[in-house]
Design a binder for this molecule. Structure first.
Ligand SMILES: Nc1nc2c(c(=O)[nH]1)N[C@H]1C(S)=C(S)[C@@H](COP(=O)(O)O)O[C@H]1N2
Ligand SMILES: [Mo]
Length: 253
């Protein structure tokens, strides 16, 4: 039996006992549905990543929410990690106030679409005051405003086969989420920060905001959102550029 099969057995076995559901077959279905085997599970550290991910996935229910704060708790200064691309096409779009910018939503969806910023702003809005922590050790509380990613996903109609949402930005710092986090009510496509349109530094014109994971999952300068059933053929196949840089794909906090 391969290492993968052993690990899979461990996860589905754990699911069956923790969730108290009827047997391995049901657990297998859940593991499959929510992709409990993370894409960066290969290699020496893979087993650890897999267990952390699976444990959090099982212990945190679908509805577990990141803490929200009051306006008086909003941080004074907001650090920046990852400056905007200095090159075209980003600079060209920025110079024109993002009038020509479009978000493409494609992949395993019924109705692939492109949206202007105005179209996105006309969608139902969602606001949160949450804490964003960077893996480098700093953090801040800020108010984010945008549209729930779930709204956009429902708008385009996600295929039964889809398992991940891939965020492609203009600077190559791509990342992805499983559908559990993608549909989470605190996962936004944000265009305002502390009541103002996003500055280029903070990811204009649109960024992901993923309240339950470390800052690097909140991808800035978005260009495209793609639904896929596997991450194997993207980049080095580990679901994000971050595992290549030494950080895990799943960054739950
Ligand atoms: N496209 C893109 N998104 C990104 C980054 C980046 O370099 N490029 N940096 C990430 C990291 S490491 C963090 S901590 C947050 C920081 O968000 P901020 O610069 O708005 O504080 O953005 C994340 N999103
Ligand atoms: Mo970060």
């Amino acid at each position: 039996m391969s290492e993968f099969l052993n690990r899979r057995k461990l996860i589905t076995g754990g699911l069956a006992s923790v969730a108290g559901i009827a047997g391995l077959a049901a657990a297998e279905r859940i593991a499959d549905r929510y992709g409990l085997i993370p894409p960066d599970s290969g290699g020496v550290w893979g087993v650890g990543e897999t267990l952390t991910y699976a444990a959090q996935r099982v212990l945190m229910s679908h509805h577990s929410m990141a803490r929200e704060f009051s306006r008086s708790e909003v941080s004074k200064g907001i650090p920046v990690s990852g400056l905007p691309p200095k090159t075209d096409p980003y600079q060209r779009l920025l110079a024109n106030n993002f009038k020509d910018w479009r978000l493409t939503v494609d992949g395993l969806v019924a109705r692939p679409a492109t949206f202007s910023l105005d179209q996105i702003k006309r969608m139902p809005t969602s606001t949160q005051i949450t804490h964003q922590a960077c893996e480098e050790g700093w953090s801040f509380i800020a108010e984010w405003h945008g549209v729930a990613l779930s709204y956009v996903l429902n708008f385009v109609g996600v295929s039964e086969r889809a398992k991940y949402v891939v965020f492609a930005p203009y600077d190559g710092m791509w990342d992805s989420l499983d559908l559990l986090d993608a549909y989470h009510p605190q996962t936004l496509l944000a265009y305002n920060l502390n009541g103002k349109g996003l500055s280029a530094d903070h990811g204009a014109p649109l960024r992901a905001r993923v309240a339950r994971q470390l800052g690097y999952k909140s991808v800035k300068f978005l260009s495209r959102v793609t639904l896929v059933d596997s991450l194997k053929n993207i980049g080095t196949g580990r679901g994000s550029i971050n595992p290549d840089l030494g950080y895990s794909w799943y960054a739950g906090i």
